[in-house]
Design a protein around this ligand. Sequence first.
Ligand code: AMP
Ligand code: FES
Ligand code: ZN
Ligand code: ZN
Length: 315
Amino acid sequence: MLCKICKSKGKKEKAVISIRHHKLALCKEHFLEWFKKQTLKTIKQFSMFGKEETIGVAVSGGKDSLSLWQLLTECGFKTVGIHIALGIDKNDYSKKSLELCSRLSERINRPLIVFDMKREIGYTIEEIAKLSGRKDVCSVCGTFKRYLINKIAVNEKMAAVATGHNLDDESAVLLSNTMRWDTGYLARQYPVLEEKEGFAKKVKPFCFFTEKEIVSYAILKEIEFMETGCPNAGSATSPVYKQALAFLEHKMPGTKLRFYREFLKKGRPAFEKETKEEYNLAPCRTCGMPTTAGVCSVCRILEKVRGVNAKSGKN
Ligand code: AMP
Ligand code: FES
Ligand code: ZN
Ligand code: ZN
């Protein structure tokens, strides 16, 4: 297969990727150009951030967030990486993740803020899940990561935090929310979450790219990334929705992108009108971060963890 753009210019260059839903086959040079242009278009369309602002990029060590950090920096944005070191020993998962984030930080010459949970809180994420009596480590992990990334962004006065969420993630979450008709989530799911009372602005510049497109970018840019996912993620429900969408995508190319784009255009505004969110945020009595619950969920989990530990220490 030949690159479509090169062909239109009378040149014969082999394509490195075929993007079925865009009916595009592109060579390395034109794919990288297309990828950059699409990202900048998304940033502009949703007024995510500007060149003069400091942007936090939450990096896990995976292909999505590291590619995002590389690209935003290359485009001239003032980026700072944020990595939460979770302390997962299995397969050296956390050690390797941090190593890959640090390596990219050196390569692109941008600072990396590392929050080490064991050092700063005293417990790894698995210890927190176990001591608080929660079986689903990844769900506790999600709560802590969101909280810590937000806290760092607020403290560092960052204009926004960008995450590597892609089209596969977003369409799977959308399908799951739709299956449950969770109108609250459907009203909120969006590539941008505006800043408010103690919450930093959150943005997802890669939300229209498939995993395949991002992994191609990472490989072509020679970015080293974690190839295995979280070792605790066995029972997550999202793979089921991802598999269902992969089947539909295979039968009808473009399904995922259409599903998500049309939702943003037509679905979400309808839910937004229906759901008048009324919640009163106030500073958490323990940590001061905003919450609707008096004491925030992270502090409640930590109270339990520390309580359990104090008791077992006495015995
Ligand atoms: P996940 O929920 O693991 O698919 O991650 C979604 C996004 O959250 C990633 O693309 C990153 O931007 C961010 N993220 C995940 N894990 C971490 C971490 N340990 N530290 C910082 N950011 C993370
Ligand atoms: Fe963090 Fe699974 S333990 S995502
Ligand atoms: Zn080309
Ligand atoms: Zn709190």
